[in-house]
Write a protein that binds this ligand. Structure first.
Ligand SMILES: [Mn+2]
Length: 346
């Protein structure tokens, strides 16, 4: 944990002092964002408090998360107070990622930001940010412990769903022994892990499977920068009757191309812009790349939005990856020269 104890204490104090906290997460919430927010909401409600949990327009939960306990407690964002005594958000790297709840955040008396994105802009009064945490849910669990709020089966299910999705089923690099210990603790608290797996990983819409056939059919490799990429258009969604929210897992298939270090999926938005998801297996730093284009994320998983069209967006990605590769080569050469100089006794 890289979070200062003073910050933990400030967050605990802020939450303990609040009666009607607004709890939220980023737009188009994934399992970690939604699971963490629902977990804190339920824990506070169990303690007799009156928290509100919500997220931005479009106020739609992706189908694979609709089984989550507490989903029925979500309040539409336009009904959320713009003058709450406290606003707590999970998995939100920067203020704009709160979408239509930005004004609710800005109107709150106190704000607490809990996140694990390396690119987090620390926009809260209190910021609990640990880029080494494999999921925001890990920080949520620690917060509950410090608040003295016990787990129940529903809280554990929300946190487990967050953990299993953000770690790629305990596969990604941030997964450490403590991650498995937390999973064990959550399962012991009453999670039916196969119900979670079935809902999240084993239930696809036939339209999505057919969309996959189209989208994977147009995969392209750019060997010069070890990139594989594809695009999902609004037309694809219309043809197969799919919402963009349902394509969250697509990048995980694309990234399995064994010949490529970096995977990119360009998703066309209703306004014609493209949301770009990026993954790296360790060669490139896609977080740095996404930040350069106004987005953010982690070294191995990041994203940004582009209104430049497919061709120009791709050209920028390729140029950015090329520049990173040249920087890495230069660093390697310099280190090599140093080692040689040392060997020669200079
Ligand atoms: Mn996360």
């Amino acid at each position: 944990m890289t979070i200062d104890v003073v910050d933990w204490q400030a967050a605990v104090q802020a939450i303990a002092d609040s009666d009607q906290a607004v709890i939220s997460c980023h737009v188009h919430p994934d399992g970690d964002a939604l699971g963490s927010a629902l977990a804190l909401h339920r824990a506070l409600a169990n303690a007799g408090r009156k928290p509100v949990v919500s997220f931005s327009e479009p106020f739609m939960v992706a189908p694979q998360y609709r089984f989550l306990p507490g989903i029925e407690d979500l309040t539409p964002p336009d009904q959320v107070s713009r003058a709450a005594d406290l606003f707590v958000c999970f998995d939100v790297g920067s203020l704009d990622r709160l979408g239509s709840l930005v004004d609710a955040f800005e109107g709150a008396v106190r704000t607490v930001v809990i996140d694990h994105h390396a690119s987090n802009t620390r926009f809260g009064d209190v910021n609990l940010v640990d880029p080494s945490a494999p999921a925001s849910a890990v920080l949520c669990r620690e917060l509950l412990r410090r608040l003295g709020l016990p787990l129940d089966g529903d809280i554990a299910t929300a946190l487990y769903t967050a953990l299993v999705t953000d770690t790629g089923r305990f596969q990604y690099q941030a997964t450490v022994p403590d991650t498995h210990l937390l999973a064990a603790e959550l399962l012991s608290a009453g999670v039916d892990q196969y119900e979670v797996s079935k809902a999240v990983f084993e239930t696809n819409d036939i339209g999505y499977l057919r969309l996959l056939a189209d989208v994977l059919g147009r995969l392209q490799q750019v060997p010069a920068v070890s990139l594989v990429w594809t695009v999902v258009s609004e037309a694809d969604l219309a043809v197969h009757g799919i919402d963009m929210e349902q394509t969250e897992g697509l990048i995980d298939l694309v990234r399995t191309d064994g010949a490529s270090d970096v995977a990119a999926v360009l998703k066309e938005q209703a306004d014609g812009a493209y949301k770009v998801s990026l993954r790296s297996k360790g060669g490139a730093n896609v977080g740095q790349l996404a930040s350069a284009f106004g987005g953010g994320g982690h070294a191995l998983a990041a994203g940004f939005t582009s209104d430049a069209g497919v061709e120009d967006t791709l050209r920028r990605i390729v140029e950015g990856l090329g520049a990173q590769a040249r920087d890495r080569d230069r660093d390697r050469d310099r280190d090599g020269n140093r080692a040689r100089d040392r060997d020669r006794g200079r």
